[in-house]
Design a protein around this ligand. Sequence first.
Ligand code: ZN
Ligand code: FE
Ligand code: FE
Ligand code: ZN
Length: 295
Amino acid sequence: MTGAGIDGRRGLRRATGPRARSTVAFPCDTHVHTRRCGHAGGMDEELVEAAIARGLGAIALTDHAPFYWLPPEQRDPTLAMSFEDLPRYVEDVLVMAARYRGRIEVLLGVEADYIAGREEALVRLLEVYPFDVVLGSVHFVDGWLVDAPSSLARLDQGQAEVDRVWGRYTELLIAAAGSGLFDVLAHLDLPKKFGHRPSVPFAGRQSEVVAAVAASRCAVELSSAGRRRPVGEDYPAPDVLRELASVGVPFVLSSDAHVPTEVGFGFAELAANARAVGVDEVLVFGRRRGKPVSL
Ligand code: ZN
Ligand code: FE
Ligand code: FE
Ligand code: ZN
């Protein structure tokens, strides 16, 4: 991309409506990480330029929120940004949003962990900043990261342990959905990441998961991240997607990109799978409200 500043200024004078909308390939990538979390690469500009190059109408930067439930000395700088980094992150994204206005919408988002019993601390963190979208994730199951390679020691113990992990994960997921903290539930069936399936989906509680999500105000992300993992399958699994769609749960499109080349990854397939179950619109968030946009 050359002449970004000039294009950006011209874009500001133009309406952001019909022209931009009619030419976008996909409405938004709602889950993108930045370098601040310590395990992602690329500059903010590179992420946004990648989104423009893929024809996206919007990109939400949703880096990992500081680990609010841990004492400072236990916060791993390779897993999430620090509390000190958070105001700067917010400022950087808002500056980016202004700079790219008219070319692409840049949304201020965050991916926050659901930790049972620590809801108040997260409320206090979230209320400080003008977030457009808050992703809720259950990565931590009783203190260990269900999606980290270090969890393989546990998941590889056998099916009984896999089922136990899924049972506990599902309990936390249902609580996260009902917490009212989140706009979007991320990677809904995350413990499958390395290929560990439960004997029965969601340890026998899939219909409870679907009911909890439907009763919440949360959207669910259609995420292509699982396709890049050992499991080789999008989040959520096709039958879960079908059930959620049948009860009218709204969706967003997500890559969970950790590098610019992953922005918008697999969106054509995500959209095709959504349309196959009758979903023809997704939400694009702004100031924590979702607006339906056709897919
Ligand atoms: Zn990450
Ligand atoms: Fe996550
Ligand atoms: Fe993520
Ligand atoms: Zn994630």
